[in-house]
Design a protein around this ligand. Structure first.
Ligand code: TXA
Ligand code: MG
Length: 355
């Protein structure tokens, strides 16, 4: 529970099949009392407050230690709420809502005045998403408020995929955690800016560029994936900060599976001589060829959804074992959600080695 003062302020709501209604009522009362409630979504756990209440939203930034210029996603439970929060919504945005909501897609739209500056980081746009999770949707409905909710981790740490992750980062700093078990996807939503003449993906996620292009035609990417020059500017304020970084130093090794395995074995020898404690995040394939004290497989290199599901918890669990360095096997497929997995690991990494 490092960094979290134990004030005893946080309530834990464990969910079972009988207590959903009562839990939602109590949690909604906390939201309407300007409090902070962490809750599961299908992507990662969010830390929610009434998005229209500047004081409540300010408390989110404080609890997470989040820079004030990094805007929050506003979570809604019906498409009707869009028009209250956003204006000049383009036809293509409605098409994406019809196809992908509720689901892991966040749309950047022109904002209405009612959304406070603190929620949008002072931007004239607002990020909207309808999560595909009955607890998240229930909390929005019962509280009657759109919920501003970033991932429920300390700023810079890997996003939480279980209530336990939220507790270890934020216990004592927030009012409540609803424990709805492990999330489904494990990586945050795709973020797309719909205010541009050609819409741009600002953060990749499970809904891929190809999925979106099938619905609305040509779009572009506004984030760096290692293949563009730095000048391909990053337009999402959040993407410029170090992210997803565990306490250990992360080194990503990219290349074909056999070359990656070979390099990791060489590095283990060198670190062994220097008595550096190394943890490995591998794919099932390389996990068969390497034997080391601290090693975890994230899943098959050809099943990026498995890697996505296990990535953040893998980073957190190696941190808990106090390793100095984490070597990550980057030989996995970059198709579909693989692009998003690669994006998150690259942001966590201090260096990237291509073999
Ligand atoms: O899956 C998710 O999106 C999770 C769950 C809880 O919904 N939420 C999440 O929020 O990942 P957060 O705050 O960790 O990431 C939000 C991202 C940041 O990169 C932020 O900069 C970007 O969305 N964003 C928010 N509003 C924006 C805006 N108006 N313009 C550009 N980027 C924006
Ligand atoms: Mg986050």
């Amino acid at each position: 529970m490092k960094d979290a003062p134990m004030t005893g302020r946080t309530r834990l709501f464990p969910l079972n099949e009988n207590n959903l209604r009562d839990t939602l009522k109590e949690a909604a009362a906390i939201i309407n009392d300007r409090g902070l409630v962490a809750f599961p979504t299908e992507t990662v756990y969010g830390l929610g407050a009434n998005a229209l209440d500047a004081k409540a939203v300010r408390a989110i930034f404080e609890a997470k230690g989040r820079p004030a210029d990094n805007p929050l996603i506003v979570h809604i439970s019906s498409k009707q709420q869009c028009c209250k929060l956003a204006r000049n919504i383009p036809e293509k945005a409605f098409k994406l809502m019809d196809k992908f909501w509720p689901g892991p897609l966040t749309l950047i739209l022109e904002r209405q005045e009612i959304v406070p500056d603190v929620t949008t980081g002072g931007l004239d746009t607002v990020a909207l998403r309808m999560p595909d999770n009955e607890i998240a949707l229930g909390l929005i409905r019962v509280s009657g408020q759109p919920l501003a909710a970033p991932s429920a981790n300390l700023s810079g740490k890997p996003s939480p995929t279980t209530a336990q992750h939220v507790i270890s980062d934020l216990w004592g700093r927030i009012d409540a955690v609803i424990d709805g078990g492990t999330v489904e996807i494990g990586l945050e939503s795709t973020v797309i800016d719909m205010t541009l003449p050609v819409p741009a993906i600002l953060r990749p996620g499970r809904i891929s560029l190809e999925d979106i292009e099938k619905e609305i035609g040509s779009i572009t990417t506004g984030y760096l994936d290692g293949n563009q020059p730095e000048s391909a500017a990053v337009r999402s304020p959040g993407m410029k900060y170090t992210h997803y970084a565990p306490d250990a130093t992360v080194i990503l090794i990219e290349g074909a599976s056999t070359s990656v395995v070979h390099r990791i074995q060489e590095m283990l020898k060198t670190y062994g001589l220097e008595e550096v404690k190394v943890g490995l995040l591998l794919t099932d394939e390389s996990n068969m060829d390497i034997y080391h004290d601290e090693q975890l497989s994230l899943g098959s290199k050809d099943k990026p959804a498995e890697l996505a599901f296990n990535l953040f918890s893998g980073l957190r669990s190696l941190d808990a074992r106090d390793v100095d360095i984490i070597l990550v096997d980057g030989s996995f497929s970059h198709h579909g959600i693989g692009a998003a997995v690669s994006n998150r690991i690259r942001k966590a990494a201090s260096s990237i080695i291509k073999v």
